[in-house]
Write a protein that binds this ligand. Structure first.
Ligand SMILES: NC(=O)c1ccc[n+]([C@@H]2O[C@H](COP(=O)([O-])OP(=O)(O)OC[C@H]3O[C@@H](n4cnc5c(N)ncnc54)[C@H](O)[C@@H]3O)[C@@H](O)[C@H]2O)c1
Length: 361
């Protein structure tokens, strides 16, 4: 492999626009990551808007500017590509990158807008020997890593169940459910049972996301998950946070936005919480995407499997689309999830089974 890697970025976004569900310009965090990696040159920037691609090239280049990602792949001889567009574009862009012969693809979360799309990308990348990773960067937070070390050291005994709360299972939930996979040793789930409320339209990066949902699931190693999304008032009134319950202790992680609440744990029977040092970081950052991208590049060079690998991301993605499918069927869904399943939530809306009202202006 060359001493320096040629990187292209698709979907540069506008860093000067207001950060919202209509655009965070995640490509800039990826760009900082490639800089931090030290052995990467961003040689191509692509956005439908040439002015935004040029702005990105001015910041991270020198880079050629493209408005057509297929033209970029044809011309730029890339080793690595970051895909930072909204999720309905992830699958076609990942497949085009594989066809173009890149060595590594780092794609934003969630994996795809359908289950079959997520499976298709992962299978095609594996068959082609292309490293495919998804940006679940919170895996690199101190809180997550220390929690994982406590689990591995046996401090809370065998895990019995996870409890978890967040806004919705698809957009924010992909991070949280993915971290459960990490805590649980990347074991797949066996089944999921879920119920959904979608009374008000909620489009995040163009995709429907439920207002409220509960799900219960069991992993193949017998660990259970109890997850709820969109609880009115968040997790506090329910008295439960993101909790890992072991036979001999409990870990709470990512309990709030402040570093003091990033992680606490206590052995069974102890009234005292212990607060490991998370270096002043919550589970939201800063710098986790830089760490993620640096690790993606280190894994490409060493051949080590990245913790952001598609095979790991599929575990959470199966739970997400499986939960929507469970709501549609009004039944428990056993895994492996039918590989032809698309996006049951969107399809329920399109079929008129769910009729969300337009949100108040
Ligand atoms: N990892 C995280 O914590 C995190 C946070 C926010 C968003 N995201 C994810 O990042 C992804 C991108 O979100 P964002 O907020 O950065 O988006 P954004 O809207 O800021 O940027 C996306 C850009 O893609 C461009 N684009 C659209 N179609 C294109 C095409 N065919 N070819 C080239 N460019 C095209 C748009 O013009 C836009 O500038 C989403 O999947 C989102 O879920 C991840």
């Amino acid at each position: 492999m060359a001493d320096r890697l040629r990187v292209g970025v698709i979907g540069t976004g506008d860093p000067d626009a207001k950060k919202s569900a209509l655009g965070y310009a995640m490509a800039y965090a990826h760009g900082d990551g490639y800089r931090a990696a030290g052995d990467c040159d961003i040689v191509a920037a692509c956005d439908l808007r040439a002015d935004l691609a040029q702005k990105y090239a001015d910041r991270f280049g020198p880079a050629e500017v493209y408005t057509d990602y297929r033209a970029m792949f044809a011309a730029a001889r890339l080793d690595v590509v970051s895909i930072c567009t909204w999720m309905h574009l992830h699958e076609p862009m990942v497949l085009a990158a594989i066809d173009a012969g890149v060595k590594a693809i780092h794609c934003e979360k969630p994996m795809a807008d359908t289950w079959r799309g997520a499976l298709n990308m992962a299978a095609k990348a594996a068959a082609a020997g292309v490293q495919l990773t998804f940006n679940h960067q919170r895996r690199y937070s101190e809180a997550t890593q220390i929690a994982r070390q406590l689990i591995d050291a046996g401090e809370i005994g065998a895990i019995q169940r996870f409890e978890c709360e967040f806004g919705n299972i698809y957009d924010t939930g992909t991070h949280f459910i993915d971290m459960l996979s990490h805590f649980n040793g990347e074991v797949r789930a066996k089944w999921v049972l879920a119920q959904i409320d979608y009374r008000t339209e909620n489009l995040v990066f163009g995709a429907p996301c439920e207002n409220q949902q509960t799900l219960i699931f069991e992993y193949e190693n017998g660990v259970f998950g109890f997850v709820y999304s969109g609880a009115p008032g968040g997790s506090r009134p329910l008295g439960v946070v993101n909790r890992i319950i072991g036979e001999q202790g409990v870990i709470d992680w990512g309990c709030g936005h402040g570093p003091k609440e990033a992680l606490r744990w206590r052995p069974a029977g102890s009234p005292e919480w212990q607060h490991p040092d998370t270096n002043g970081h919550s589970i939201h950052g800063p710098d986790f995407i830089e760490r993620a991208v640096s690790d993606v590049i280190a894994c490409l060079r060493s051949g080590r499997k990245c913790i952001l690998d598609a095979s790991n991301a599929l575990i959470a993605t199966e739970l997400i689309f499986g939960a929507y499918e469970s709501s549609r069927r009004r039944a428990r869904v056993d895994f492996p999830l039918d590989p032809t399943i698309g996006n049951p939530l969107r399809e329920m809306v399109e079929a008129g089974d769910l009729q969300p009202a337009k949100p108040a202006a």
